[in-house]
Every structure is written in structure tokens, then in C-alpha cells.
Design a protein around this ligand. Structure first.
Ligand code: GLU
Length: 304
């Protein structure tokens, strides 16, 4: 049991390293199931002669001949990169690829950048990425600096605990417990705003895999963020982790992009709507999030 715990700790530690951009660490999920979504094997027809007038972002993309996308690399089932094979998988990865194909860019014309929660608005508004697909909740605060296509999924805040935990069963059982989440995320803000635990018991990291590492090594008692993210981690280590309680927020995921680029936003919304209508969305969901047990129906787009 000790050895297995250690192995899992190493796995999650390796995921955290990946998130920092250091590759080459061994990450084979020994004994556990493969990260949800690793065999999605989805392909999307690459559009040709796409014309998009009035989009400064698209003009820049055309000039450089490739897309630069913001993504996550340590969230199994959503945005994950296998450090050994380099293969990316997950719902967000597939949504990013599907949209890229609709804009005329196949896999060989996509450069991915791992962008942590706290850096998203800055990275987008500086123009360092063309769009961000990374568990990015649409809200009014963020809309002051970026804009969103979507939502393409709706998650809800939940709790991840160790499998043998009995005291933590929901958001109102966190007092006196150490709770880990990510800097710049909506869930950590909610923990603070609602006083779900004492300020001294809130532990912050840049990535969720670091929080999961802390949970496994008993430095913290719970990890809180979107249920879709937590279920992905629990699906990789079902003997050690479980998601508890009812979701206590709505987290509509949007594709974040330049605030003033309404032409690109409209085009991405069209591509999302087409994917919902022709069954592509469902295929992506079934191959990724559906496997880690996140309920999913395509939400209605909020065009603005
Ligand atoms: N959806 C939440 C947010 O955008 C939490 C997930 C994340 O940190 O990416 O803040």
C-alpha cells in the first residue's frame, strides 16, 4: 500500500513537472487506468480557403502560418499531455483541435502553450496566444479584459478528497480543514468569499496537479475546483481519490480570445454550434469527459 501511494505521488509529481514545461519524467500510470480520453483518436476535416474579415487575430494567424493555442497539460480527461509520448488528450484538447480545423489549421499547424489559471487574461490580451481552451469559466469580471466564445460545457465546483476520508462530505464541512486550489481560479475565490475554511487553511498553487500531489501526501485535506477536473484525477487514481458533495456553482467553459475580436468570436461560435448540431460535440464528450463520469449535455451558446 505504501509503495502504491509512493508511485501515485511520483505520477502526480511528474504531472506537475510537465505543467512547468519540464519533460522527460516517467509518468506511466502504473496499475491505474489510462488518463480519460487518451484513445479518443478523433479527426476533424481541415477547412480550406477560410476568409474572416475584420479579425486582427486571424490576420496574424495567416501571416505566421500557424495557430498558437493556450491549453492545459496536467488535467486528465480535459487538457493532458503524456510526458513520455508527448500525446495530448482530453475534452479541451479536442475542442481546440476541432476549432483549429474549422479555421483551416490541422495538427501540424498548431503550437500549444501551457497557460495557468492566473495568467490567462494577461496572455490573451498581450496576444501571446490566439485563443485559450482551458477550463476557462466565462464571467463578467474576466469579460472586462478578454472575450469568450461558448459556453461549450458547464461544470460545477466540487471537492476531491482521499478515498478513506469520511469527515468531508460537502462545502459546509471544510472548516478547520486544509483546502487546496489554484491561484486566479473562480473556485479559490469562492472559498475565500464564502469563508468555507479559515484563510490560514487555504493552500494555493499554480496547477491542480500540484494540489492533488499535496492531497495524496496528506499536506492538505481537500482539493476544490470544477467537478470535471476533479473527476479526471479521480479516474486516474480511483483507489486513492474520490469526488464528494453536490456541485455548488456553475462554471460555463468558454474559449477565451481577444476582447475586441468579435469576428473571430462569431466564427468560433459558428464552429461550436456546427459541432453540437452534427454530433461532433457528443463524440468528443464520449471519448473524453464521458469516460471520467462527468455528466454532459451541450449548453446553449451565449452570443454577444
Ligand atoms: N473554471 C475555473 C476557472 O476558470 C476553474 C478551473 C481553472 O482554474 O482553470 O477559474
Amino acid at each position: 500500500m505504501k509503495i502504491r501511494k509512493l508511485a501515485l505521488g511520483l505520477l502526480v509529481g511528474a504531472l506537475a513537472l510537465t505543467a512547468c514545461g519540464k519533460e522527460g519524467a516517467p509518468t506511466a500510470p502504473g496499475g491505474g487506468s489510462a488518463p480519460a480520453g487518451s484513445d479518443a483518436a478523433l479527426t476533424y476535416p481541415v477547412a480550406s480557403n477560410v476568409a474572416l474579415t475584420g479579425s486582427t487575430t486571424f490576420d496574424k494567424i495567416k501571416q505566421r502560418g500557424k495557430l498558437v493555442l493556450g491549453i492545459r497539460e496536467d488535467q486528465p480527461g480535459l487538457g493532458y499531455k503524456d510526458a513520455t509520448t508527448g500525446k495530448r488528450s482530453g475534452f479541451d484538447v479536442e475542442i481546440a483541435r476541432m476549432v483549429a480545423a474549422g479555421l483551416g489549421y490541422g495538427d501540424d499547424k498548431i503550437e500549444y502553450k501551457a497557460v495557468p489559471s492566473a495568467a490567462r487574461e494577461d496572455t490573451i490580451s498581450r496576444g501571446d496566444i490566439d485563443y485559450m481552451v482551458g477550463t476557462y469559466t466565462i464571467n463578467d469580471n474576466r469579460k472586462q479584459r478578454v472575450s469568450f466564445a461558448g459556453p461549450y460545457f458547464v461544470a460545477g465546483q466540487a471537492l476531491l478528497v482521499r478515498k478513506d476520508e469520511t469527515a468531508i462530505t460537502g462545502k459546509d464541512t471544510l472548516k478547520g480543514k486544509k483546502v487546496c486550489s489554484v491561484t486566479g481560479s473562480t473556485p479559490i475565490q469562492r472559498v475565500k468569499d464564502q469563508g468555507l475554511t479559515e484563510p490560514a487553511n487555504i493552500v494555493e498553487f499554480q496547477t491542480y496537479s500540484q494540489c492533488v500531489d499535496q492531497l495524496i501526501s496528506k499536506q492538505v485535506d481537500a482539493v476544490t475546483t470544477d467537478d470535471a477536473i476533479l473527476k479526471g484525477f479521480a479516474a486516474v487514481q480511483p483507489e486513492d481519490l474520490k469526488v464528494v458533495g453536490e456541485p455548488f456553482s456553475k462554471e460555463p467553459y468558454g474559449i477565451g480570445l481577444n476582447k475586441d475580436d468579435s469576428a473571430l468570436r462569431g466564427k468560433i461560435n459558428d464552429l461550436l454550434q456546427a459541432a453540437i448540431d452534427d454530433g461532433t460535440w457528443k463524440k468528443i464528450y464520449d471519448g473524453t469527459l464521458g469516460k471520467s463520469g462527468s455528466p454532459g449535455t451541450p449548453p446553449a451558446l451565449q452570443r454577444y
